[in-house]
Design a binder for this molecule. Structure first.
Ligand SMILES: NC(=O)c1ccc[n+]([C@@H]2O[C@H](COP(=O)([O-])OP(=O)(O)OC[C@H]3O[C@@H](n4cnc5c(N)ncnc54)[C@H](OP(=O)(O)O)[C@@H]3O)[C@@H](O)[C@H]2O)c1
Length: 324
C-alpha cells in the first residue's frame, strides 16, 4: 500500500449500505467467507455505516470465523459519528476527543484489539491539522491502529498533514480512500498525481461500479431489489441515473459483450489497471455479484492499449489537467 510495507489484496470488500440494511448475519458470513477464500485480505467499515450496526455485524462474523488475525486487515473511519441527527458536539468530526473515542468504540464493535487501517472519513476544517496528526500518531504509538489515512481529502490537505508530520517527526497519512470509477476520476488521476511520487500514497478506492450503475443493471429501469430502489437513497439514484451517464454505460455494456465479459468485471478491472490504485473495495449484496466481481482479475489481461482507448472513446470521462 503506497510506500508502506503493508500488502493489501487488489480487491477488497466493504459494507456501506449493505451490512445490516440488505445483508444480515448469515449472508455476511457467507460473503466475507467467499471474499476471504478468494484472497481478499481487507474488509472496510466505518463508524457511520448503519449507525455502528455494520461494524457490530462484521465483528460478529470475524469472531465466528476465527481467522488468524494476522491473515486479514480491517478498517474503520471517523468523522460522521454514528448517532445520525442525535449527534451532539464532540460526537462527530476530527477533534482529539472524537477520533480517540470513535476508535475505542470501533474496536469494541468490531471485537478486535487494533484496527489495521483508520481513516479520517472527511476533512474537518474546524480542527487544526496538528491535532489530527498528533492524535493519529498517538493511536499508532498505543497500538490501537497500525496505519492512518484520509478519505476524500484534497491533495493539498493531505500534503498539509505530511508537512505537520514532518515538522514534529510524526507518522503521516499513508493512504487515501477516494471514489474512483469510470465516471469519477479527478482526484485519483489528477489531484493526487504528485503525491504518489513524493510522500507515496496508497489508495483504497470506493464505488468501483458507481454504486451499481456500471453493472448495466439500470440500463432499462430501476430493478426492485437494487440499491437505487432503496428508501432514502433517491439522492444516489438522482446522481447516477441520468441520461448522459446511462447512454455511456449502455455503450460500454455492448462493448463488454464484444469482449465476452460482463460490464461489471470490465469496469472493476479498469479501476485496478491504474497502478496508483492499491485496492478496489467491492460492495455486494448477493453471492453471485461477489463471485462475478472477483473475476475482474481475470479480465485485466484483456485491457490492451486498444481496449483501453475504446473505453476512453465511449466514456469520455478523462479529467482535464490544468494547462499553463
Ligand atoms: N470512504 C467513503 O466515503 C466511501 C463511500 C462509499 C463507499 N465506501 C466503501 O467502498 C465500498 C464499496 O462501495 P460501493 O458499495 O458503492 O461499491 P460499488 O461496487 O460501486 O457498488 C456495489 C453495489 O452494486 C451492486 N452490485 C455490485 N456488483 C454487482 C453485480 N455484479 N451485478 C449487479 N449488481 C451489483 C450491489 O448493490 P444492489 O444489489 O443493492 O443493487 C452492490 O452493493 C463500501 O462498502 C465502503 O466500504 C467508502
Amino acid at each position: 500500500m503506497g510506500k508502506t510495507g503493508l500488502q493489501l489484496s487488489v480487491l477488497s470488500y466493504g459494507s456501506w449500505v449493505t451490512f445490516h440494511k440488505q445483508v444480515g448475519d448469515a449472508l455476511a458470513d457467507e460473503l466475507m467467507g467467499i471474499a476471504y477464500d478468494n484472497g481478499v485480505n481487507f474488509f472496510d467499515n466505518a463508524e457511520v455505516y448503519a449507525r455502528g450496526e455494520s461494524e457490530k455485524l462484521m465483528g460478529r462474523v470475524l469472531k465466528a470465523k476465527s481467522w488468524d488475525r494476522t491473515s486479514y486487515t480491517v478498517s474503520s473511519k471517523v468523522f460522521f459519528g454514528w448517532r445520525g441527527t442525535d449527534n451532539k458536539p464532540n460526537q462527530t468530526g476530527l477533534s482529539r476527543k472524537h477520533i480517540t473515542e470513535a476508535c475505542h468504540e470501533a474496536l469494541q464493535r468490531l471485537q478486535v484489539d487494533y484496527l489495521d487501517l483508520y481513516f479520517c472519513h472527511r476533512p474537518d476544517k474546524t480542527v487544526p491539522i496538528e491535532e489530527v496528526v498528533w492524535t493519529m500518531n498517538t493511536l499508532i504509538q498505543q497500538g490501537k491502529i497500525l496505519y492512518w489515512g484520509t478519505s476524500e481529502w484534497s491533495g493539498v490537505e493531505i500534503m498539509e498533514a505530511h508537512r505537520v508530520a514532518n515538522e514534529y517527526r510524526l507518522i503521516g497519512p499513508a493512504m487515501e480512500q477516494p471514489q474512483y470509477n469510470l465516471l469519477e476520476r479527478y482526484k485519483v488521476e489528477v489531484d493526487y498525481d504528485l503525491i504518489y511520487k513524493t510522500v507515496g500514497l496508497g489508495t483504497t478506492i470506493w464505488s468501483p461500479l458507481a454504486a451499481g450503475l456500471l453493472t448495466g443493471k439500470y440500463n432499462n429501469g430501476i430493478p426492485e431489489d437494487s440499491r437505487f430502489a432503496l428508501e432514502g437513497f433517491d439522492w444516489l439514484k438522482d446522481r447516477w441515473v441520468v441520461d448522459d451517464k446511462l447512454a455511456k454505460v449502455k455503450e460500454l455494456t455492448a462493448f463488454a459483450g464484444e469482449l465476452g465479459v460482463p460490464v461489471s468485471t470490465l469496469s472493476i478491472a479498469w479501476c485496478i489497471s491504474n497502478p496508483n490504485v492499491t485496492t478496489a473495495i467491492l460492495g455486494a449484496t448477493k453471492k453471485e455479484q461477489l463471485l462475478e466481481n472477483l473475476k475482474a482479475l481475470d479480465v485485466l489481461p484483456k485491457l490492451t492499449p486498444e481496449v483501453l482507448q475504446r473505453i476512453e472513446d465511449i466514456m469520455q470521462s478523462k479529467p482535464a489537467r490544468a494547462e499553463f
